[in-house]
Design a protein around this ligand. Structure first.
Ligand code: PEP
Length: 257
């Protein structure tokens, strides 16, 4: 039986004052979702504040990105050992906003996918659980290429790290057309893609396929979370915009229990 996970990605939003209000609002209602795993992903500069606020709670936290390198001349990057200094349990890898907005010019898709697989490997080596985000663009969706896109990235991660490495990871299906658009995938569509992901892993290792948490992300709100989370292969959500409002985020967490 997989435990649901709800992850709140704050993206580049907030201030230390608004972070305090949000954390207080979530913590005062934490008992209402105690049977789900919940994790918050603040901007890196607020990790210490989040760590201090959540240390004595069951809520975990993580970073929105990490470098594939351990240390060195990589200005502006943050390494896995640094994230460990801040008690991060998780790290998001391959979020579509990183892929689309920060893909180095000149890198082709395959090279980019390999960098993501290297970040994944770095996180697991350092004991941080990667939440690897995979999803098709609006164009790929319109062209019926969803499964092709999902299969490509999953296969690279498995080929490079071995399928057993997935047992230390979380997957998130995040269709790019649903992120921040207010247009969530239907529960049936998301279930079909999640089931495809699980079946693909099953070909390598049925045990890992059965145990891995697969989250759905893309315009999940308080009022559409429950039908999505009730699908058999959807194990919770990666929440962007709605994680910035304590009451709405708590409503989503409650839909996962
Ligand atoms: C996200 O940032 O991963 C996300 C799913 O955003 P939103 O919930 O705002 O669509």
């Amino acid at each position: 039986m997989r435990k649901p996970l709800v992850a709140g990605n704050w993206k580049m939003n907030g201030s230390s004052t608004s972070a305090k209000t949000l954390l207080d609002g979530i913590l005062t209602q934490a008992e209402s979702f105690s049977s789900a795993d919940v994790a918050l992903f603040p901007p890196a500069v607020y990790l210490r504040q989040v760590q201090e606020a959540l240390t004595n709670s069951d809520i975990r936290w993580g970073a929105q990105n990490l470098s594939q390198f351990k240390h060195g001349a990589y200005t502006g990057e943050i390494s896995a050992p640094m994230l460990n200094d801040f008690g991060c349990k998780y790290v998001l890898i391959g979020h579509s906003e990183r892929r689309c907005l920060y893909a180095e010019i000149g890198l082709d898709q395959l090279v980019l996918d390999y960098i993501i697989a290297e970040k994944y490997s770095m996180a697991t080596q350092e004991g941080i659980t990667p939440i690897i985000c995979i999803g098709e663009s609006p164009e790929e969706h319109a062209d019926g290429k969803t499964e092709e896109v999902i299969a490509r990235l999953l296969d690279i991660v498995i080929d490079q790290n071995g399928v057993k490495a997935l047992s230390q990871a979380v997957l998130a299906y995040e269709p790019v057309w649903a992120i921040g658009t207010g247009k969530s995938a239907t529960p049936e569509w998301a279930q079909e893609v999640h089931s495809f992901m699980r079946e693909r892993i099953k070909k390598h290792d049925p045990e890992t396929a059965e145990s891995i948490q697969i989250l759905y992300g893309g315009s999940v709100k308080g009022d559409n979370a429950a039908p999505l989370f009730s699908m058999p292969d959807i194990d919770g959500g990666l929440i962007g915009g709605a994680s910035l409002d304590a009451n709405e985020f708590v409503q989503i967490c409650m839909a996962a229990v």
